[in-house]
Design a protein around this ligand. Structure first.
Ligand code: SAH
Length: 224
């Protein structure tokens, strides 16, 4: 008997991922579920890890960094309450998987990665996969987007002791920021809202576990 094609295996694995890891754990935004169902996560990791791409685990992406488990990507995407019109700033491009999910849920993504090798491979991967509404940059995202401007949504995908002030400053009125805040190995996902009058409201969502955000307004490099 011929083995099933990888595409079929991957479609089944994604279907199971949606049901068991997302819907059963409180992910209900239909747009997030649809986009996670159609996006080929195995194209964002090394070929040797492709068979594990839809499991409930973080995966290594090189340089000691990791792609978060599907649930975490979905949880953060859902928390951003995207409608399709927003401009989103992402700190920590990594593999570009979360970037790809965001790009399908909003108008445009601006993403910054600190490590040149990861920034370069994510940029090429996203271009190859046909994402035209993503702007990739290499640099220290704790300083915010270099040009002065506001974003409707901001997502930080690395753990930080406190959310960098430069990022909060770039959050537009009516905007939402989601970030993992806390210790070096364990954090809480927090959501900051900027109300129409400019004031800020904070909410803690749930515990999470990210690699450190390293930079001028994050952790210091020598402790990694
Ligand atoms: N969201 C990514 C995974 C994030 S891992 C994905 O879907 O694959 C966290 C990433 O944040 C790592 O690639 C790490 O190099 C990057 N990072 C850490 N500190 C950073 C900083 N100050 N600015 C930008 N990126 C940073």
């Amino acid at each position: 008997m011929k083995p099933p094609e990888h595409g079929m295996v991957s479609a089944r694995a994604r279907e199971r991922m949606i049901r068991e890891q997302l819907q059963n754990q409180g992910i209900h935004d239909p747009r997030v579920l649809a986009v996670m169902r159609e996006t080929l996560r195995h194209l964002f990791v090394d070929e040797a890890l492709a068979s594990r791409a839809y499991g409930d685990e973080n995966l290594p992406i090189g340089e000691g960094q990791t792609l978060s488990q599907p649930y975490t990507v979905a949880r953060m995407s859902q928390a951003l309450q995207l409608t399709g019109r927003e401009e989103v700033l992402e700190i920590g491009t990594g593999s570009g998987y979360q970037t790809a999910i965001l790009a399908k849920l909003c108008h445009k993504v601006y993403t910054i990665e600190r490590l040149p090798t990861l920034a370069d491979s994510a940029r090429k991967r996203l271009r190859r996969l046909g994402f035209h509404n993503v702007v990739c940059r290499q640099g220290d995202g704790t300083l915010g987007w270099p040009e002065e401007r506001l974003f409707d949504r901001i997502i930080v995908t690395a753990g930080t002791p406190v959310t960098p002030e430069s990022l909060v400053r770039q959050l537009a009125p009516g905007g939402l920021l989601v970030a993992p805040e806390g210790g070096r190995t364990a954090q809480n996902l927090i959501c900051v809202m900027r109300l129409a009058d400019g004031s800020l409201q904070r909410e803690t969502l749930e515990p999470c576990c990210f690699v450190p955000l390293i930079g001028a307004q994050g952790w210091k490099e020598e402790f990694t």
